[in-house]
Design a protein around this ligand. Structure first.
Ligand SMILES: [Fe+2]
Length: 211
């Protein structure tokens, strides 16, 4: 099993923020739906990071990383990403390449290894049954574990071409049910404590409908 280089968020220099913001702009131009999803995940990830006790530069790192966590999807054909039905095994294999593709795109733009590493590992699971490497537990950087929870929640409460969105309570129950398997247990319980009304559901819904 491959080990992550860092396990905790590192300082994210202010000088890198404009670079990462422009990267989000590139995602938005190429795929508005992916950019909207990234923005919603960043908002949720930020709240979860605050609940987890992260502060200052660490929060900046979480938000900036989440804003571009799916940039690798720009390397996946739209015919696969937007397919209005179940994916074939080979199509799903292409989709599973996006964390590594994102890492390859970002590693030249960011000197903070834990951020690029978190893009690469945002689909890993606490129990090691995720992809692309099967890294488990705290060997997955905290930023990646935070994004994994926010990402899964947003996916559940969003419409997909092949299924309707799940409600907030049902999605929250699913996060709890996957505590200790898919998600870091501490993060799964902290996520349930987020004040979802306070984060302005209408903003999130607006971004969802614009996608
Ligand atoms: Fe992803």
């Amino acid at each position: 099993m491959r080990q992550a280089q860092d396990t905790e968020p590192a300082a994210f220099t202010r000088g890198e923020i404009p670079q990462w913001s422009s990267l989000h702009g590139i995602v938005r131009d190429a795929s508005p739906a992916t950019a909207s999803h990234c923005a919603r995940v960043a908002r949720l990830a930020l709240e979860l990071a605050i609940k987890t006790g992260l502060r200052g530069e660490e929060l900046r790192a979480v938000a900036a990383t989440a804003m571009v966590h799916d940039i690798g999807k720009l390397g996946i054909p739209a015919s696969i990403l937007d397919k209005p039905g179940a994916l074939t095994e080979s199509e799903f294999a292409r989709v599973r390449e996006h964390p590594q593709l994102g890492y390859e795109m970002l590693r030249w733009a960011c000197s903070t290894a834990v951020c690029t590493e978190s893009v690469r590992l945002h689909h890993e699971r606490w129990d090691g049954r995720g992809y692309p490497y099967g890294v488990s537990g705290e060997a997955v950087p905290l930023i990646a574990r935070i994004i994994a929870v926010a990402d899964a929640y947003d996916a559940m409460v969003s419409d997909r071409p092949y299924r309707k969105a799940m409600g907030h309570e049902a999605a929250l129950a699913e996060v709890r049910a996957c505590s200790g398997t898919q998600f870091d247990p501490a993060l799964a319980s902290a996520f349930a404590e987020i004040d979802f009304e306070m984060i302005n559901e209408s903003d999130l819904a607006l971004q969802r409908s614009a996608a």
